[in-house]
Structures are given as structure tokens and as C-alpha cells.
Write a protein that binds this ligand. Structure first.
Ligand code: HEM
Length: 511
């Protein structure tokens, strides 16, 4: 610290009297002030989290420019340890890269780390936290999460929606059999087929029936299912991670960023228009006396009343969540199986032993440890949500024995946790066999791909049922290999880590 910085404290004495005593007095006063304020902020006397050095003003922003921050975070953990702090412009963020620290953050210290600070884009797209996954942990969160679990995602609701999942597996099989004769000349784009089926399932659960097209009054046109997918799922997934530089420099938020605001607002308006059309159509159906086992029927008749925006967001949430992460997991699993013929063969043998000539069903899943291992190993290596949506520390707390002050953002790097060399041998390798050695059912906490604690994923059971039956059925009926391998290209630019280029596969019917 140079004397210039101290000047304001005793500037008159320094300028006119000039004695060293005045300077020394000024310095010690400043130290005392800063010491006292640190003690107030850090009453626990714990050390501060190790810091990754960065640039003045920008902090570590430039190093995070590449689109896979979870990989950069994992690399930094090798140098700075499993927990460290970085600066993203004016914001402080603590990054956690180990399984036990992640549990501490998500479970033990939950009471101090249960809110979220959203980017400008997410603020708009979530209608200011009006959805379960992005809200703070408050009464609204508890009510809408309960609604989702009661009507769609909890065990009883999943039982009621079983027929929709069975229909989805059958449709998938029918479509693949129709395309198989053209394979290998025409590559199979599994993503296209699987995502469209997931969207149908989401519509059935949310509105009671599949939707092939809809007239959207506010857009003045009829749109197809593909266009609905674009507006309700694909655009918001990309918009959610749009970077507004003002997020990093809140003191500059008075400067307009019209291009970004317009783009995100357009997404909001188009989504609102489509959702409104769907809600109107199904409100009419309900008023006409046609009731179905669907989320909109439940929300309009049994649940606590919601505002118009809350109703829209509640109905949109399971659509975007159903159509994305399960597809990402299933595509990665099939890609890995297609690249590893011996492991694919091992899975096929397990299915044949358990199911014989019958098709695979949900009841049989508990008898197939290798299929379960394939699912969990895929979640470990290709965790669709590689970084848990940022949490915000709203009161001073501690993590890993370090002091973490209020106002810090917390990034739990699930990918980094799953690359811990102390826990996983050759962690980068996709090797389902690693789970079989444990010889017991795999606990979701092993990979934490679904988060943990009170904010654990509400859709884990649905995702597991859909992905495992889907993968099982595809391997039971076809032999898979990759046609054009673009490598393990990853697009983290959506909220989830999907393959940048869809897997293009060659399939051959078995028997
Ligand atoms: C493989 C598929 C999936 C993965 C890997 C996954 C992962 C996650 C993760 C990591 C979280 C964040 C937990 C946190 O903030 O601590 C989450 C939250 C959530 N997920 Fe999933 N998810 C998947 C599928 C689904 C599906 C299919 C649905 C619903 C249809 C769903 C609904 C939710 C909801 C509502 C939350 C918010 C829970 C809360 O904040 O209390 N997820 N998910």
C-alpha cells in the first residue's frame, strides 16, 4: 500500500505537518478500519477461499470466454484445489469441484445458499423466477414444486402416466423400423425422432393430448409441432445462456444493451403467444366438460389459484424440462454404445437373458444392472447439467472450512466432481463396468447429476424410466454404430451439454 492511498485518512497532517507519525497513524487507522470490517464480515475467523488470479476489473472473464466453463473450472481445480474463488467482472464466485464439498454446499449449508441471482436473460425468460428450477427457495417454490410432483412427476403421477411412456417407446421402435431399410445409406438422426417423441409425451402430460399444430392468434398463423419445439424449447435453451456484459458489471446497468434485450423479449413474446393459444384451447375443452388427466386440468380445478403468468410458466416448465435433458442423456448413451460394440453386446445379452423374446418394460429395469450402469456412467461423463444453476449466498457461511461471504455466487461443477481422480479411476473414460464392481444399486448421489438436497431434480424418476426403457428397447431391436463421427463435440452453449452435431447412426435390425 503506498502513502498516496492513505492520504485521505490524515491528509491535512501529511500535507502540512509532514511528520512520519502522521503517516504511520494514517496507515494504522486504515488497517484497523479494514481489519474491523473484515471481522464484522467474517465473524468465524475462517480463512478466505483460495483465489484464482485474474485481471483488474475483468477478473477471470477472459479465460471463461470459451464455451465449456465446466472444463476450465475442472482444469483450475488441479492447480488451486477443489474449491476456489474467481471474479467475473465485479462479481465473486466460489467454484466447487469435489463430491463432498458439493454435498456440503447443497445440503449442509443449504439454508444460507438457497436463493438464485439470475442473469438478465434468465430474469426475462423465467418471468422473474416464476418457475421451480429457477426460483428462490420460498413458499412459491414449494407450492409449484408440489403441483408438479402431484400431477406429473411424483411416483403416483408417474404410475398414472405410464401408458404415455409405453406409447412413446412403441412409437420410437416403429419409426426406427421404418427407417432401418434405408440405413446405412441414410443416417439415422436419433435426436430428431427422440426429441419429437419427448415433446409429444410432455404435451400429453401437460395438456392431456399430443399436439400436431396450433393456430396462434397473436402470431396470426398456424404453427407446426417443429415450430412449437423451436419456440418453446430450442430458442429459450439458447437464450438462457445469452451473455449480457452488464451481468458482470452491475454498476453499468444503466447503459442499454438493446440488441440482447430485444432478442430475449422476442423469445418471451413468441413463447407467451404459443402458450396462451394452448391454454385457451384447453380451457375451452375443460369448460365444455371434457376432462383429462393433465396438468392444466389439475391446475385449473384442484390446485391453489395462480396468476395468469404463473399458470403459463407452470405449464411451460415441464415441457422444456421433458424435451431436453432426457434427450441429451439418451443420445450420449447411444453414441457411447455405438462406439463400444463389446459393451453394446454385453447390454444386449443382459436384455435377452432378462426379457427373452418379450419387449423390455419398466418392471424389468430392476433386473438389469448393466443397463442401469450405462445410464449412470453416461450421466457421470456427460452430465447434461454440468454446472448446477448458480446459487447465491444470502448470508455469511462457510464451505470446506473457508469463509464465504454473503453476496457470493456458488457454482457447483458437477462435471468437475465426476472427474475427481481420488473417486474415479481414469475418470474421462466411459466405462459402465465401474459401477458393477460396487455390486449394489447405484445411488443417485454417486454422480449428483440430478443435484441434491431440497432442490434435487423433480424429474429424476421420469428421466430414468424414459432413458433406460428407450436405450434398452433400441439395443434390444437394433445393432448400432456411428455413421459420421464428429467426435465428442459438446455444445454447452445451450443450458445443457448436448452434442454439438447430432449423432448420425447406422442401425441393423437384430434377428
Ligand atoms: C437426465 C435428465 C435430467 C437431469 C440430468 C436433470 C438435472 C437437474 C439438475 C442438476 C437440477 C438442479 C438441481 C439444483 O438446483 O440443485 C434439476 C432441477 C430440476 N429438474 Fe431436472 N434433470 C433432468 C430431467 C428432468 C425432467 C425430465 C424434469 C421434468 C419434466 C425435470 C425437472 C426439474 C425441476 C422441476 C427442477 C427444479 C427442482 C428444484 O429447484 O426444486 N428434470 N434437474
Amino acid at each position: 500500500m503506498d502513502v498516496q492511498t492513505v492520504a485521505p485518512v490524515g491528509s491535512a497532517a501529511i500535507a502540512f505537518g509532514g511528520p512520519a507519525v502522521a503517516v504511520a497513524g494514517g496507515i494504522s487507522l486504515l488497517f484497523l478500519k479494514s481489519f474491523l470490517s473484515q471481522q464484522r464480515a467474517n465473524p468465524s475467523h475462517l480463512p478466505s477461499v483460495p483465489v484464482v488470479p485474474g485481471l483488474p476489473l475483468l477478473g477471470n472473464l477472459l479465460e471463461l470466454k470459451e464455451k465449456k466453463p465446466y472444463k476450465t473450472f475442472t482444469r483450475w481445480a488441479e492447480t488451486y484445489g477443489p474449491i476456489y474463488s474467481i471474479k467475473t467482472g465485479a462479481n465473486s464466485m466460489v467454484v466447487v469441484n469435489s463430491n463432498h464439498l458439493a454435498k456440503e454446499a447443497m445440503v449442509t449449508r443449504f439454508d444460507s445458499i438457497s436463493t438464485r441471482k439470475l442473469s438478465k436473460a434468465l430474469q426475462i425468460l423465467t418471468a422473474d423466477k416464476s418457475m421451480v428450477a429457477m426460483s428462490d427457495y420460498d413458499e412459491y417454490h414449494k407450492t409449484v414444486k408440489r403441483n408438479l410432483l402431484t400431477s406429473i412427476l411424483g411416483p403416483a403421477a408417474q404410475k398414472r402416466h405410464r401408458a404415455h411412456r409405453d406409447a412413446m417407446a412403441d412409437n420410437l421402435s416403429t419409426q426406427l423400423h421404418a427407417l432401418a431399410p434405408n440405413s446405412p445409406h441414410e443416417a439415422i438422426n436419433l435426436r430428431e425422432i427422440f426429441q419429437s417423441e419427448l415433446l409429444s409425451l410432455a404435451f400429453k402430460q401437460t395438456f392431456g393430448k399430443d399436439i400436431k399444430s396450433i393456430y396462434v392468434g397473436d402470431l396470426g398463423t398456424t404453427i407446426t409441432k417443429e415450430e412449437i419445439l423451436q419456440i418453446l424449447v430450442l430458442d429459450p435453451m439458447m437464450g438462457a445462456i445469452d451473455v449480457d456484459w452488464r451481468d458482470f458489471f452491475p454498476y453499468l446497468k444503466w447503459i442499454p444493451n438493446t440488441r440482447l434485450e430485444k432478442k430475449i423479449e422476442q423469445m418471451y413474446i413468441r413463447r407467451e403467444a404459443v402458450m396462451k393459444a394452448l391454454i385457451q384451447e384447453h380451457t375451452k375443452r375443460i369448460h365444455s366438460g371434457e376432462n383429462l388427466d393433465s396438468y392444466i386440468d389439475y391446475l385449473l380445478s384442484e390446485a391453489e389459484p395462480l396468476t395468469e403468468v404463473q399458470l403459463l410458466m407452470s405449464l411451460w416448465e415441464p415441457i422444456i424440462e421433458t424435451a431436453d435433458t432426457t434427450m441429451v442423456t439418451t443420445e450420449w448413451a447411444m453414441y457411447e454404445l455405438a462406439k463400444h460394440p463389446k459393451k453394446q453386446e454385453r447390454l444386449y445379452k443382459e436384455i435377452r437373458n432378462v426379457c427373452g423374446s418379450e419387449k423390455i418394460t419398466e418392471e424389468k429395469l430392476c433386473k438389469m444392472p448393466y443397463l442401469s450402469a450405462v445410464f449412470h456412467e453416461t450421466l457421470r461423463v456427460h452430465s447434461p447439467v454440468a454446472i448446477i444453476p448458480l446459487r447465491y449466498v444470502h448470508e455469511n457461511t462457510e464451505l470446506g472450512g473457508y469463509h464465504v461471504p454473503a453476496g457470493t455466487e456458488i457454482a457447483v461443477n458437477i462435471y468437475g466432481c465426476n472427474m475427481e481422480k481420488e473417486l474415479w479411476e481414469n475418470p474421462e473414460e466411459w466405462n459402465p463396468e465401474r459401477f458393477l464392481a460396487e455390486n449394489q444399486p447405484i445411488n443417485l448421489q454417486r454422480t449428483m447429476a440430478f443435484g441434491g438436497g431440497k432442490r434435487v431434480c423433480a424429474g429424476a424418476m421420469q428421466a430414468m424410466l424414459l432413458a433406460c426403457v428407450g436405450i434398452g428397447r433400441m439395443v434390444q431391436e437394433f445393432e448400432w454404430r456411428v455413421k459420421d463421427d464428429f467426435g465428442e463435440d459438446v455444445n454447452t452453449l445451450g443450458l445443457t451439454t448436448q452434442k454439438l452435431n447430432p449423432m448420425l447412426a447406422v442401425i441393423k435390425p437384430r434377428n
